[in-house]
Ligand binder design. Structure first.
Ligand SMILES: *[C@@H]1O[C@H](CO)[C@@H](O)[C@H](O)[C@H]1NC(C)=O
Ligand SMILES: *[C@@H]1O[C@H](CO)[C@@H](O)[C@H](O)[C@H]1NC(C)=O
Ligand SMILES: *[C@@H]1O[C@H](CO)[C@@H](O)[C@H](O)[C@H]1NC(C)=O
Ligand SMILES: *[C@@H]1O[C@H](CO)[C@@H](O)[C@H](O)[C@H]1NC(C)=O
Ligand SMILES: *[C@@H]1O[C@H](CO)[C@@H](O)[C@H](O)[C@H]1NC(C)=O
Length: 597
């Protein structure tokens, strides 16, 4: 019935007399399955991206459709979260060597620049960015007006993370100015949003709960740490990134002494045990991180303790998990109280459980040690009964360290084997599989299910994204505070007709505007540029009450000199506590022409 397995099974039978360890046979089997399914999953995700995705005719260029399913459920929309997670996977695949993905990545960049400016039920883009947290749009990038759980504040952070990963590749490959002028303005909008609104509640990744979500806060923190470094590398100012230590402080409050309560600042009668926590830790995975990093990596003791408690819940929740002992992979869903579509295990969370464990093993191996403490002891006991509270240093293949690594890796593989068992012969994934029968159900060809299979496969194959700077992250303050980006949000809008390849900056006498140094001026975005209105815009947080002198500058192509406006403009930033202000300007001075190089 599973075509990959039937071929592999034959090989296994032929080899079974020469290979001693049965585990070798099993892992061989799993390897072949993963290789075949990874290719199907990558293609499955691409099939759902416009304009060329074969499963989503009608989707606009660069838009990731959640699923081709149009009824029960209707997922024929583009979600900011699902799209960003999918693109993060594709960008990593690209960096790992799949160069054919570049046009798809650029399609996403251009689509998101536009999408940020689309007014929607969460709000508008200007002046305060409220529209950025809209969870979903029509597949052509127009607004969706139906009732929904909004706002969802993980979207801007996840999009920024995907775009920053791509920006780092551009910088490493001699395209720093492209990263600065085309991509940074999009990222900057999202980071400003995070800095301003992180301390307000929003809907979680399952779109049901209005509170503070572990997954959201972890990704928001990561986005600001990564943003501060990228801003430094590009010579620009990151508005909002100064909030990172406060987010890290807040992140510590999700731990209740036994497990991670995935949603706080809410009273919904649930335990808070939720796959949210697994997805959070894998999305901030950093191969260079220390296991005691407050970013709560997969190898962190709290994350491991939480993993065990969460898995033990699901062990008794679904019929298909009946009789599977502790320390063996199971089918994993969102949370125990789930009733959506009957409340079933999900492919993407079952594979995320495996990815989490592969991540943890990679981190211990990279650090060459493992520290078992009282918090994580129960997790290890299920896998290596003689474990004690102590430090295990790496050693030879028979060392306790190596044995524990093998046991955790086998545990990870056993989750993939469960997924394999419930993936149909053609390799297609849906959103869920039935808790009693294992038959797939809900949205077919869910893009996120495919993306999750690929990221799990990457980690299992030893493919790790570059560090995002966990070691550089500022430690949280001793006492947490409810804060938000300081300053007054000033929006710079200028009408300036430009040729393709020409860019606009705003420069001025304050540090935020580059102190008249063109290398540190603020790039404007052209996401709102239309044939009716040649709009370039950016927003910046300026010090309340200060007087600013500024002007716009054109950056020409073909190494032609910059063109400055011929006047100095002035603006007085209002006092503290004022709402944001918008400068509406029109270009004054000579214009440029393409050098046609
Ligand atoms: C879509 O297909 C067209 C025509 O083959 C091609 O030029 C374009 O690059 C493709 N777009 C993406 C994002 O792959
Ligand atoms: C805001 O931050 C404070 C300090 O970390 C925290 O106690 C509070 O729960 C946060 N509220 C929200 C909605 O994020
Ligand atoms: C950490 O900070 C150092 C010093 O600023 C910098 O060179 C390095 O690139 C940073 N690492 C990451 C991953 O951002
Ligand atoms: C006017 O702008 C130029 C940069 O074009 C700057 O060097 C100069 O200091 C500005 N003058 C005032 C009075 O702000
Ligand atoms: C910018 O262009 C729009 C559309 O043409 C126009 O309504 C607006 O008045 C212009 N702004 C300025 C400051 O000229």
């Amino acid at each position: 019935m599973h075509f990959f397995r039937s071929v592999v099974g034959l090989v296994s039978i032929l080899l079974s007399e020469t290979l001693a360890a049965p585990s070798d046979l099993r892992s061989r089997d799993l390897n072949s399955f993963i290789a075949a399914e990874r290719a199907i999953a990558l293609q499955g995700a691409l099939n759902n991206i416009g304009p060329n995705g074969s499963a989503v005719p009608g989707a606009g260029a660069g838009f990731v459709v959640a699923s081709p399913s149009k009824v029960n459920p209707d997922y024929f929309f583009t979600w900011t979260r699902d799209s960003a997670l999918t693109l993060k996977m594709l960008i990593d695949e690209f960096i790992f060597g799949n160069t054919a993905l570049l046009p798809t990545i650029w399609g996403y960049v251009h689509a998101q620049a536009k999408l940020q400016t689309v007014s929607n039920p969460s709000g508008t883009f200007l002046p305060a960015g409220l529209g950025l947290a809209e969870p979903k749009y029509q597949v052509d990038g127009t607004r969706f007006n139906g009732a929904w759980g909004r706002p969802q504040r993980d979207g801007p952070a996840l999009r920024a993370i995907a775009l920053m990963t791509f920006s780092n590749w551009l910088i490493d490959n001699g395209q720093k100015s492209t990263a600065k002028t085309i991509i940074w303005p999009i990222i900057s909008n999202d980071l400003s949003y995070v800095g301003q609104y992180w301390n307000q509640t929003g809907f979680d990744l399952w779109e049901e709960t209005l509170g503070s979500s572990f997954f959201t806060v972890q990704n928001q923190h990561r986005s600001l740490v990564q943003g501060a470094q990228l801003a430094k590398d590009l010579g620009v100012t990151c508005t909002g990134c100064d909030q990172a230590p406060e987010l890290l402080c807040f992140l510590q409050s999700f731990w209740n002494g036994e497990y991670i309560v995935s949603n706080i600042n809410i009273n919904n009668g649930r335990t808070g045990l939720d796959g949210n926590s697994i997805l959070g830790s894998i999305s901030v995975f950093d191969i260079d991180a220390y296991c005691n990093s407050p970013t709560i990596q997969p190898c962190n003791s709290q994350a491991l303790a939480n993993f065990k408690v969460l898995m033990d819940t699901f062990r008794t929740t679904y019929t298909i998990n009946n009789g599977i002992p502790e320390g063996q992979g199971i089918a994993v869903g969102r949370y125990g109280e789930d009733v959506y579509q009957g409340g079933n295990p999900w492919y993407l969370i079952t594979n995320a459980a495996a990815e989490f464990l592969y991540d943890a093993v990679a981190q211990w191996k990279a650090r060459h040690n493992l520290i078992v403490d009282e918090t994580s002891l129960a997790f290890f006991k299920d896998l290596y009964p003689t474990v004690t509270v102590r430090q295990y240093n790496s050693g030879n293949a028979n060392s306790p360290f190596a044995q524990i690594m093998n046991a955790v890796t086998a545990y990870a593989d056993s989750f993939v084997a469960v997924a394999e068992k419930y993936i149909p012969a053609d390799g297609h994934l849906a959103e869920q599989f039935n808790r009693d029968t294992g038959v797939l159900l809900s949205a077919v060809d869910l893009t996120w299910s495919y993306a999750a299979f690929v990221t799990m496969s990457q980690r299992r194959a030893g493919q790790y994204p570059a560090s995002w700077g966990t070691r550089n992250a500022t430690a949280p303050p001793a006492t947490c505070a409810a804060t938000s980006t300081q300053g007054i949000n000033v929006v710079f809008n200028v009408n300036a007709s430009t040729y393709f390849g020409e860019n606009i900056y705003v420069i001025g006498n304050t540090d935020d505007l580059g102190a008249w140094d063109i290398a540190n001026s603020l790039p404007l975005g052209a996401g709102g540029y239309t044939s009716e209105r040649p709009l370039w815009s950016a927003s910046a947080y300026l010090n309340a009450g200060e007087s600013v002198s500024y002007k716009y500058v054109r950056q020409e192509n073909c190494d032609q000199p910059y063109i400055y406006e011929t006047l100095n403009r002035t603006l007085t930033v209002p006092a503290c506590g004022s709402a944001s202000i918008t400068e509406e300007d029109a270009w004054v001075g000579p214009v440029g022409t393409s050098g046609n190089c």
